[in-house]
Write a protein that binds this ligand. Structure first.
Ligand code: LMR
Length: 351
């Protein structure tokens, strides 16, 4: 990962590390917390509010960004100021992979990463053409499969509090992507997920894993030819301004898990934790209400901007895409629990 100079780490109790490289900053921060036994430990300072730093990589006006702010509003009101939530959007603090490391070390307390970025079994949600609609996704994650997966995060030092929706992904590119043959040789950005890398290889493209915040510049400079994402993310990162074509392929799904540092969470006084769980439940309902409509609005907004050739796929073309991508299911059984793939397929009826 490229290491760049970052802004100040946020205030953590009384500790404010100097401007340093992120990895070094995380290391120093961890040493301070372990060595001095300070201040993010809830209740360590009777009078000061408990700080929850919530870092994410999309803009504040996306569904996820708005829900993070809703959580802040509800959490602060319901704990009567005993908790302060600091939301850092659009990779202000950490880029995609760094934020998970920051959570692990306790340098931030809360994230809502895309499921793809959690890796392992969570990549099951990246399988192509898996869900027919938002409801199909929700019924899997809100049922025993999704809840069991959240529980398994505990062995990785995280506590999964719930799922937030986003929606179906589309492709943008410089060359129109209509037939699967159109992908040949193109450099396409994907999130760090083996399923997504495999998917691009099946299409004959060259997958490039890159943090979201760098995609605009890479497309502009020609280091990338295209990318896949939801209309919300494409519009809010202004990627359509540096691309000529958008294919409404709906070939995959993007959604989030809301996770907290487990140790931090378990050390919260129980009344505070209960209030925060309630705030999160309501912020989750709010987010899930917004996502589908926000994606429609984002697509319309990009259409109206006028510089994009918006392509739809015919039923024959969709079949061709599905046929080319279907071997990813078999491949993924090498790194995703095969029983999980089978049970997700049984719990949903793929389109
Ligand atoms: C991406 O990296 O494209 C997404 O995970 C961003 C996000 O958080 O929606």
């Amino acid at each position: 990962m490229q290491i760049r100079q970052m802004k100040l780490l946020p205030e953590v109790g009384s500790v404010k590390p100097a401007t340093v490289f992120p990895v070094l900053a995380l290391g120093l921060w961890a040493l301070q917390v372990i060595g001095l036994g300070i201040a993010t430990i809830p209740g360590a300072k009777a009078q000061s509010p408990i700080i929850i730093q919530f870092s994410h990589v999309v803009t504040a006006d996306t569904s996820k960004g708005k829900a993070a702010l809703k959580f802040k509003e509800l959490a602060e009101a319901r704990t009567e100021g005993k908790v302060r939530v600091e939301v850092y959007p659009n990779s202000e603090l950490y880029k995609d992979k760094e934020e998970l490391e920051a959570l692990r070390l306790g340098a931030v307390q809360m994230l809502a990463p895309a499921l793809s970025k959690l890796g392992g079994d969570f990549e099951v949600f990246d399988l192509p053409f898996l869900f027919k609609d938002h409801a199909a996704f929700r019924s899997v994650v809100n049922g025993p499969i999704g809840q069991n997966m959240l529980q398994k995060l505990e062995s990785r030092g995280m506590k999964g509090l719930g799922y937030w929706d986003n929606g179906f992904k589309v492709f943008t590119s410089n060359r129109p992507l209509q037939s699967v043959r159109d992908f040949k040789g193109l450099k396409i950005r994907v999130q760090a997920s083996k399923v997504l890398v495999d998917q691009m290889q099946k299409l004959g493209a060259e997958p490039v894993v890159s943090p979201l915040i760098d995609v605009y510049k890479s497309l502009k400079d020609g280091r990338l030819d295209g990318e896949e994402n939801t209309p919300i993310n494409i519009d809010s990162q202004r990627l359509h301004e540096v691309q000529n074509n958008l294919t409404i392929s709906n070939h995959g799904y993007l959604a989030y898990a809301v996770v907290v540092n487990k140790e931090f969470w378990e050390r919260l006084p129980s009344d505070i934790r209960i209030a925060l769980e309630g705030a999160l439940r309501d912020a989750t309902a709010y987010e899930n209400e917004l996502a589908e409509a926000d994606n429609k609005k984002a697509l319309e907004h990009m259409r109206k901007a006028g510089n994009l050739n918006v392509l739809a796929l015919s039923p024959q073309e969709i079949k061709q895409w599905r046929d080319v991508l279907s071997p990813v299911y078999q491949d993924s059984r090498a790194w995703i629990d095969p029983a999980l793939v089978t049970s997700v397929l049984a719990a949903t009826s793929p389109p």
